[in-house]
Write a protein that binds this ligand. Structure first.
Ligand code: C5P
Length: 226
């Protein structure tokens, strides 16, 4: 399930940042290719804005992305876009939620994540915090947080479908809005496992990320050539 219905205001492009090019292809096509090329990925459900559907379809065709089985209408918040994907999914397998804006997800990480979620029911990708971390409400340092326990969380996040459905139903009933799917699952007190990812799985959010993205893309292309 790939939410791609954001507006990308922080990128300041004036249109959906996912259409911005990294190398020769729009950001979201790089993301979709990671799953298109993964033999374990059966289908992709994409949440899009209605007015962007045709443009997205044209790109899917151009770049031979064939695993998108459904395009659903996204919502005003990321969580609503993911909800729309979840409603469209009728299966009972392990589902992954991945931001369309994270084009550098690696297949080995996806596999480790799915393996974990298939066993435990809920697993998310993250990286360990490298810097010293402080809790500083209102800008005053309250404490230095033990870095060993801190993770910077990314997507994909993987769940057995029934776990995510239950969490999503509860969130709706409580009108709770989270910033990732794990938050919803945490609320129903289902344990969520961390799977170590890579620091280059960055979300393309601002112009700086795009510059970093171009460098990362060159590195990936060099790796593929070796
Ligand atoms: O804005 P941000 O980069 O945090 O969004 C993460 C992902 O969620 C992006 O791929 C974006 O397109 C998607 N999104 C969505 N619907 C929204 C907001 C964000 O599908 N209302």
């Amino acid at each position: 399930m790939i939410p791609a219905a954001g507006s990308g205001k922080r990128m300041g492009a004036g249109f959906n940042k996912l259409f911005l090019k990294l190398g020769e292809k729009p950001i979201f096509i790089h993301t979709l290719e990671a799953f298109q090329q993964d033999p374990n990925c059966r289908e992709i459900i994409l949440a899009v804005k209605n007015e962007e559907k045709h443009e997205i379809e044209a790109y899917l065709h151009q770049f031979e992305i064939t695993k998108v089985t459904q395009m659903v209408e996204g919502g005003s918040e990321r969580q609503y876009s993911v909800d729309a994907c979840l409603s469209a999914y009728k299966g009972d397998g392990v589902v992954l939620v991945h931001d369309a804006a994270r084009p550098f997800i690696r297949r080995a990480v996806i596999h480790a994540l799915v393996q974990e979620a298939a066993v435990s029911g809920a697993a998310i990708v993250g990286v360990k915090a490298k810097d010293t971390m402080k809790l500083a409400p209102k800008g005053i340092v309250q404490e230095t947080v033990n870095r060993d326990h801190l993770w910077i969380v990314q997507t994909p996040q993987a769940f057995r479908a029934e776990v995510l459905r239950k969490a999503s139903t509860q969130a709706k009933a409580d009108q709770f809005l989270g910033t990732d799917e794990s938050m919803l699952v945490e609320r129903i007190e289902y344990p969520v496992k961390m799977v170590e990812g890579t620091y280059d799985n960055v979300k393309m959010t601002t112009q700086e990320d795009l510059a970093i993205g171009e460098i990362l893309l060159k590195r990936v292309q060099q790796e593929e050539e070796v």
